[in-house]
Write a protein that binds this ligand. Structure first.
Ligand code: GLY
Ligand code: MN
Ligand code: MN
Length: 544
């Protein structure tokens, strides 16, 4: 996801402006300890039913163009369980002890080999010795994965993720990720033409409780939209027509189980197990996540001071990135959205190439990634330093909506309670300003959700709908009024989102990103301060 093309601003600015950040964040360089990852593996093991195994592959190297790859980014689940940051690796976690000549073990990590020539060109590798220091029961070279007698069919279930089929085969390496996955597919009898949707539906029907019937039907309708042959499947058809009949349902379960008889793998439940682990953060994770948030906050603050009407969207993003690197964050946790005026109304805008931002609101949705953990903080500010009356009127609605959402974010409360709290304020505010006439129309101007977990992913997985202490979630309402919307044109091309990262506690929610001014008056006040970047100019380029 890293936008390499946006790095040049950082490089230039960083080398010249070495010391404008007032002080380093406190604390030594922190990363998760081997013990953290080991405990996570033990917790996963405790979730696995007897006589099962969970199989994880590292993420692939992704190609950018020709002989240039994107910077490697580990798969978050793999990283969570291992701390391993290198490609071409496999992790096996067993529910029950396995035996070899050295004794019993519950887990095995396969890693790529050391290779002096390759390391000279492409960077260091930790190898088996490096992995052993990280407290795995067993570590082996990746090519032994191809020869080990895994006998996956002796397990009741092999838990895994579906394959994304986005792995290239490096022909110069006979045990690269591609080969490891091919071998694994063969050993578990994974069909060449595997139909994940159909498989998932059989699985769900096989385990269906009566209360789940309406949800499964809705899933079927949703999936049938993109694959109409699903509705012609006899089991699925019968489920749609007769699932409410108890005897029929029991028969459908048997028929689904029969259709799945050749498979002892499961591609659904591991995701849920991992989500249930990852959604509540440990103290060790919270240190990293709080740093990622604080760094992002400093990025927003520096931009508030430095921005001027001659800047471009790209320069604004460059200032954020400079601040990240200054504090030791490797990169953005996701491509920043930096959109002025009409661009702020494009929800996933990442081109960030507008050069004329004068007199507009600029929406900046960004998160530094610090040792794997990413923040997700949005501020929307007037480039001129002062909100116009229209901008301010809409800003106040979003601000009050977000305040209501944050106040609702308490232990035991559901995500939908936060959503309702945010929506209500936006709905009433838009009615009051005459932007909508009918309460239901507000979704035209606020089409997205307003809360999600953050962590190793910017959208970290959610398992339970209810909030628990040590979850960290965003609260992020917005209003977006693109040109041509059915309201007074004075509102057009205003897009506003305010997004903060909220720690759920036993008591009141804690806003981890509160130091980035959120209210219009505090924003205007910080924007009037001087920035060290005010005096930073570069010579004109000497080209025609
Ligand atoms: N930055 C993506 C989001 O706010 O969810
Ligand atoms: Mn978000
Ligand atoms: Mn965001």
């Amino acid at each position: 996801m890293l936008k390499i093309s946006h790095q040049y601003i950082y490089l230039v600015v960083f080398s010249l402006f070495f010391s404008f950040v007032p002080e380093k964040l406190s604390g030594q360089k922190s990363e998760l300890s081997p013990d953290f990852h080991r405990k996570r593996r033990i917790q996963l093991r405790e979730k696995l039913p007897n006589n099962t195994v969970a199989v994880f592959f590292s993420s692939p190297i992704r190609n950018r163009a020709n002989d240039v790859d994107y910077e490697y980014h580990p798969d978050p689940n793999f990283f969570y369980l291992t701390g391993w940051n290198e490609p071409h690796a496999v992790l096996l976690v067993y529910s029950t002890p396995q035996k070899d000549e050295e004794g019993t073990y519950f887990e095995k990590l396969y890693v790529r080999e050391r290779d002096a020539r390759n390391e000279m060109w492409n960077g260091r590798r930790l190898g088996v010795a490096g992995a052993r220091k990280r407290n795995f029961d067993r570590v082996a070279l990746k090519d032994t994965f191809l020869n080990d007698q895994h006998n996956f069919d002796r397990f009741d279930t092999v838990f895994m993720f579906d394959f994304e089929n986005d792995v290239r085969d490096d022909k110069s390496d006979s045990s690269d990720l591609f080969d490891l996955q091919q071998h694994f597919k063969k050993t578990i009898n994974f069909p060449d033409n595997f139909d994940a949707d159909r498989y998932n539906l059989y699985q769900r029907i096989r385990r269906a409780e009566v209360v789940e019937i309406p949800y499964i039907k809705r899933t079927i309708e949703y999936l049938a939209d993109r694959d109409s042959t699903l509705m012609e499947d006899p089991v699925i058809q019968d489920f749609m027509n007769n699932a409410e009949n108890e005897n029929f349902l029991s028969d459908l379960k048997s028929r689904s189980a029969y259709l799945l008889r050749d498979y002892n793998f499961d591609i659904n439940q591991l995701e849920e197990m991992m989500a249930s682990l990852r959604e509540v953060k440990t103290e060790e994770e919270l240190i990293l996540l709080k740093k990622a948030v604080q760094i992002s906050v400093q990025g927003q603050r520096e931009v508030m001071k430095a921005i001027n009407p001659n800047m471009t969207e790209r320069e604004v993003q460059g200032i954020h990135q400079l601040v990240y690197k200054k504090y030791g964050a490797a990169h953005e946790g996701y491509p920043s959205i930096v959109g002025a005026g009409d661009n702020a109304c494009v929800l996933h805008y990442i081109t960030n190439d507008k050069t004329d931002i004068e007199n507009q609101l600029i929406l900046m949705d960004l998160g530094a990634e610090y040792n794997g953990y990413t923040a997700d903080v949005t501020r929307t500010i007037p480039v001129s330093g002062k909100f116009t009356p229209e901008q301010r009127a809409l800003y106040e609605i979003v601000y009050k909506s977000q305040t209501a959402g944050i106040e609702a974010a308490k232990k035991g409360v559901s995500f939908s309670t936060i959503t309702k709290a945010c929506f209500k304020v936006v709905q009433e505010g838009l009615l009051e300003l005459g932007i909508i006439e009918n309460p239901d129309e507000f979704r035209r101007y606020l089409p997205h959700g307003v809360a999600h977990h953050i962590g190793l992913d910017v959208h970290d997985p959610r398992y339970t709908p209810y909030l628990k202490p040590n979850m960290v979630i965003t609260v992020e309402p917005g209003i977006y009024i693109p040109e041509g919307s059915p309201c007074d044109p004075k509102w057009w091309n205003i897009g506003i989102r305010i997004e903060d990262d909220i720690l759920i506690t036993e008591g009141a929610p804690v806003n981890l990103s509160a130091d980035a001014p959120r209210s219009w008056d505090k924003i205007e006040s910080l924007m009037s301060e001087k920035s060290p970047l005010d005096d930073f100019t570069l010579p004109a380029l000497n080209v025609d």
